[in-house]
Design a protein around this ligand. Structure first.
Ligand code: SF4
Length: 463
C-alpha cells in the first residue's frame, strides 16, 4: 500500500507553492496524500523563519513528535523550508524524533530522503552549503516547478508561479537572503510554458511570485528579459483572465511595469508595495535604500499610468530606535498613500540578521503594541472610506468558495460565497444555492454594503 503524506505549511505564498510542488512530486513518486496528519505515514512541516511567532508554532508541533512516534511506530517526520536552512543539524540534535531536515534549496531531494528513512536510514540532513555563493539553480530543483502536475481539469482557478528565487536586498531585519540565497530568475520560457499549461488545465488567475518580483531579470539568448517583458509575454496567453504579481520592491520598479499593467488586459490593477516605514531615518537603519519622497513619487507615477491602482502595504512598527516622531511619519505615509489594506507587524529581532547583531531592540513591548494598534486603526478608517466608494458599483469577482461565515456553518449564511475583485478587494455575496457551480468562475456583483475588510453585494450575472 502506498505511504500517505501530510504536509503542513507555515508562512508565505512561496511556501504554499513549494508545498504544492513537493506534493505533486511525491504523488508522482508513488506516495498518496493524507487529508489529516493523524492518517499519515509521513508528516512534513514546511516552515517559515521570518518571524519568531512562526517558528514557535513549528516548535510546538515538534515538541509533540516524540509522543506521536511512540504511539505510531514507523511515522516519518520531515522539517523543510526556511527553518531547516537556518538551523540545520541543530534541529536534528534538539529533536531526535525528527527524521529529515531539508532546506528550500534541496526540496527536489525530499522524496528520496523519505524513502531512505522508510527503508531504515537514520536522520537525514539536506541543507545548501555556501548558499549565498550559489548562482545557478540545480536542475532537479528547477524541474520541481517545470514538471508540476497540470493534467486537464486538474487545476483550481488560481495558481502561483515562481519567477525567481532568493533575495539580494539584505534588509537589516530579514532572514530571507540567508535562507533562500541569491536572486536567480527563472528562464522566461519556463515561466511562460508553466503558465500556459496551468491555463490549459483550467486555471484563469495566475500570481507570479518573487521575494522582490520586479527585480526579475533573466539573461538568455544574449539579451536580458525584464519583468515588464515577462508580464507582457505571460499576459498574452489566451484564456488567462487575471495576472497578478507579489511582492514588489520600491527600487527598480520601472515605468515599463506600470505601462504593462495598464496595457495588458489580463494584468490586474493591484500592487503590493511594502514601504516598511515612513521615516527616512528608520528606512536607512532597515537598509531600505529609498526615501519616503521617492516612494510617494513612484506611487504617483503608478496612479498616473494605472488610474484605478489598488495598493497594499507592509509596515514594521517598533524597529530599533523608532521614536514617536518616526512613528508619526509612518502614520502620515499610510494616510498619504491610501492603501486598500496594510500588513502591520511589531518588530522582533531575528537571529543572524544585521539588526539583531547591531541594533538594540529598544522599543518597549507595550509601545510596539500601541503603535501597532494605532496604525491598524488608521488603516481601518482608510479602508472603510475606500470601500464606501464601491457602493452602487458592479465589480468583477473571481469566486473562491464559501465565505468564512458559511464555512463556520452559520445557517443564515450558508449560501454565501467569497471572492476577490481585480484590485484584490474581498467581496461576499449570496449565491442562492449556486455555490458549486460558481466557485472558480468570474461573476459580476453589485456592491450594496461595505465594512473595513469586505464589500458585500448581490449577484448580477456570470461575467
Ligand atoms: S526585500 Fe528585504 S524584506 Fe523582502 S525578502 Fe528581501 S531582505 Fe527580506
Amino acid at each position: 500500500m502506498a505511504a500517505k503524506v501530510h504536509i503542513t505549511t507555515f508562512g508565505c505564498q512561496m511556501n504554499k507553492l513549494d508545498s504544492e510542488l513537493v506534493a505533486g512530486e511525491l504523488l508522482g513518486d508513488g506516495f498518496e496524500l493524507a487529508g489529516l496528519a493523524d492518517a499519515a505515514d509521513v508528516v512534513v512541516f514546511n516552515t517559515c523563519s521570518v518571524r519568531q511567532h512562526a517558528e514557535n508554532r513549528v516548535l510546538t508541533c515538534l515538541g509533540r513528535l516524540a509522543k506521536q512516534k511512540a504511539q505510531r511506530p514507523g511515522l516519518v517526520a520531515a522539517l523543510v523550508g526556511c527553518m531547516a536552512q537556518r538551523q540545520g543539524a541543530e534541529l536534528l540534535l534538539q529533536f531526535p524524533a525528527l527524521d529529515i531536515v531539508c532546506g528550500p534549496g534541496e526540496l527536489h531531494r525530499l522524496s528520496g530522503l523519505i524513502k531512505k528513512v522508510r527503508a531504515g536510514a537514520s536522520q537525514q540532513l539536506a541543507v545548501t552549503e555556501r548558499l549565498r555563493a550559489r548562482r545557478e539553480v540545480p536542475a532537479g530543483l528547477e524541474e520541481l516547478d517545470v514538471s508540476r502536475r497540470t493534467a486537464k481539469g486538474s487545476c483550481k482557478a488560481q495558481a502561483y508561479v515562481r519567477v525567481m528565487r532568493g533575495c539580494d536586498k539584505f534588509c537589516s531585519y530579514c532572514v530571507v537572503p540567508s535562507v533562500r540565497g541569491r536572486e536567480i530568475s527563472r528562464p522566461l520560457e519556463h515561466v511562460v510554458d508553466e503558465v500556459r499549461r496551468l491555463v490549459e488545465a483550467g486555471c484563469i488567475e495566475i500570481t507570479l511570485l518573487g521575494q522582490t518580483v520586479n527585480s526579475y531579470c533573466y539573461s538568455g539568448d544574449s539579451r536580458e528579459v525584464s519583468f515588464a517583458e515577462l508580464l507582457r509575454k505571460v499576459g498574452a496567453i489566451a484564456a488567462l483572465e487575471r495576472l497578478r504579481f507579489v511582492t514588489s520592491y520600491p527600487i527598480g520598479f520601472s515605468e515599463d511595469i506600470f505601462r504593462a499593467m495598464a496595457e495588458v488586459p489580463a494584468v490586474c490593477n493591484y500592487l503590493h508595495l511594502p514601504a516598511q516605514s515612513g521615516s527616512g531615518r528608520i528606512l536607512a537603519a532597515m537598509n531600505r535604500p529609498y526615501t519616503v519622497r521617492q516612494y510617494l513619487a513612484l506611487i504617483e507615477q503608478g496612479r498616473a499610468i494605472v488610474p484605478d491602482l489598488s495598493l497594499a502595504g507592509d509596515f514594521i512598527v517598533g524597529f530599533p530606535g523608532e521614536s514617536e516622531q518616526d512613528f508619526e511619519e509612518t502614520v502620515r505615509l499610510v494616510r498619504a498613500v491610501g492603501y486598500k489594506n496594510c500588513f502591520i507587524f511589531k518588530y522582533s529581532p531575528r537571529p543572524g540578521t544585521a539588526a539583531a547583531k547591531r541594533l538594540k531592540d529598544d522599543v518597549p513591548a507595550e509601545v510596539k503594541r500601541r503603535r501597532n494598534n494605532e496604525l491598524l486603526a488608521v488603516q481601518e478608517e482608510i479602508s472603510r472610506e475606500l470601500h464606501r466608494a464601491f457602493i452602487g458599483q458592479t465589480v468583477e469577482v473571481l469566486v473562491e468558495g464559501p465565505s468564512k461565515s458559511a464555512r463556520k456553518g452559520r445557517a443564515d449564511r450558508r449560501h454565501q460565497l467569497t471572492g476577490r475583485t481585480r484590485g484584490d478587494h474581498i467581496v461576499v455575496f449570496d449565491a442562492s444555492g449556486k455555490a458549486d457551480e460558481l466557485t472558480g468562475k468570474l461573476v459580476h456583483v453589485k456592491i450594496v454594503d461595505t465594512s473595513a475588510l469586505t464589500l458585500f453585494g448581490e449577484l448580477v450575472a456570470p461575467a
